[in-house]
Ligand binder design. Structure first.
Ligand SMILES: Nc1ncnc2c1ncn2[C@@H]1O[C@H](COP(=O)(O)OP(=O)(O)O)[C@@H](O)[C@H]1O
Ligand SMILES: [Mg+2]
Length: 354
């Protein structure tokens, strides 16, 4: 089987490529920036470095929000017989926090109370009524960049004016006090395979490792795990990092990361995550392939059994008795207990249900 990894070429992606080599016959490593998508109205073609992108049994496409349109196009173009851990729609939703919160809300997954304002005056009304500090977020930030915290109406209101002047969409969110910590649940399939608690650096509220946060392993409650797995399912991601805030009233999902870094969590948990991802990709691809073969066999059999069929073959004898091919038993649907009338003459046999 053939696998392709399409990524920004990070160390994490390289780890996965290396581990996949033990499972797949061919593993190709592609950089997203070298892709080109052509739409002609009749056809969608994907080019890599100017050449047609080949066919694979498994494509693991991932990358930051900057590439979500290209990632979407590549997954859209790949046929249904390719296993992809991140579904096409996930690239639109997962890379946009507003769409993510809407999808989570729709599926009754707990999230911090979030507000989307249609105008400056609507935003300011929200800011008048909300408790401080308050969080404001850009829909497509990562690594904590794009998350703003404000202690008062005055500062929040001035931030909103700036965001609107820059034509920058944003959301407003209640601040949840966790002492600057959050948890990352690493979901693979229907399991959380690793989890860590991240603590913001002193003087920071954002716990991202890129924002100076530190991490240690944590065993999550079954409830938190179940919420993380459900969030991943809702977005259509078989492999992702789900960020949650643990609150006295239960866990709340902050985001579903489609391209979670592996270095921080591997260091914190000492779990061989790339190996688990590679094995999972292999098993899912194998499962999809065998399902496809049995579906094909089934539809062939269905076709055969629906109407009268002629079979050109040689007669098989067991001693002096004629043995009919298995397909004949299947097509005729005779039951062992059926009474039949056998008519035979030289060069001709018919068997009919009595
Ligand atoms: N509503 C909130 N209440 C408290 N802390 C928050 C809230 N939203 C975000 N944070 C902090 O900011 C960090 C980054 O937020 P997140 O929504 O995950 O954006 P990013 O995509 O930049 O990681 C979180 O890991 C958490 O520490
Ligand atoms: Mg995050």
């Amino acid at each position: 089987m053939k696998a392709a990894v399409i990524s920004m070429g990070s160390v994490s992606s390289q780890w996965i490529v290396d581990k996949l080599k033990a499972y797949f016959d061919v593993v190709d490593d592609f950089k997203i920036k070298d892709f080109e998508v052509q739409l002609t109205g009749k056809e969608l073609s994907i080019l890599y470095k100017g050449k047609e992108f080949g066919s694979y049994d498994c494509i693991y496409a991932k990358g930051s929000f900057r590439y979500s349109n290209v990632l979407r196009s590549i997954t859209n173009a790949s046929n249904k017989n390719v296993y992809m851990p991140i579904k096409e729609d996930a690239f639109g939703i997962g890379h946009n926090k507003i769409l993510t919160y809407l999808a989570l809300q729709q599926n009754k997954i707990p999230i911090p109370k979030t507000y989307i304002a249609a105008s400056v005056s609507a935003a300011k009304k929200i800011l008048k009524d909300i408790k401080y500090p308050v969080i404001m977020k850009l829909p497509s930030g990562t690594h904590g960049v794009g998350v703003m915290i404000s202690d008062s109406y005055e500062s929040a209101s001035s931030m909103i004016d700036t965001l609107i002047a820059l034509k920058q969409p944003f959301l407003i969110q209640e601040y949840i006090e966790t002492g600057g910590s959050d948890v990352r649940a690493f979901v693979v399939g229907d399991k959380v395979i690793a989890s860590m608690k991240r603590q913001a650096a002193s003087g920071e509220k954002r716990s991202n490792i890129h924002a100076g946060g530190s991490a240690k392993p944590i065993e999550l409650s079954e409830k938190t795990k179940a919420i993380a797995i459900k969030a991943a399912k809702v977005l259509g991601c078989d492999i992702c990092g789900v960020d949650l805030l643990e609150t006295p009233s239960g866990p709340k999902v902050l985001e579903v990361n489609l391209s979670p870094g592996l270095q921080g969590i591997t260091k914190a948990t000492e779990i061989d995550i790339p190996e688990k991802i590679a094995k999972f990709l292999y098993e899912k691809t194998k499962e999809m392939k065998s399902k496809k073969v049995s579906e094909e066999q089934e539809s062939m059999m269905k076709e055969l059994t629906e109407e009268e069929q002629e079979l050109v073959t040689q007669i098989e004898y067991r001693g002096e008795r004629i043995l009919l091919p298995t397909v004949v038993s299947k097509i005729s649907k005779f039951d062992e207990n059926d009474d039949v009338v056998i008519k035979s003459s030289k060069g001709n046999i018919t068997i009919k249900k009595y």
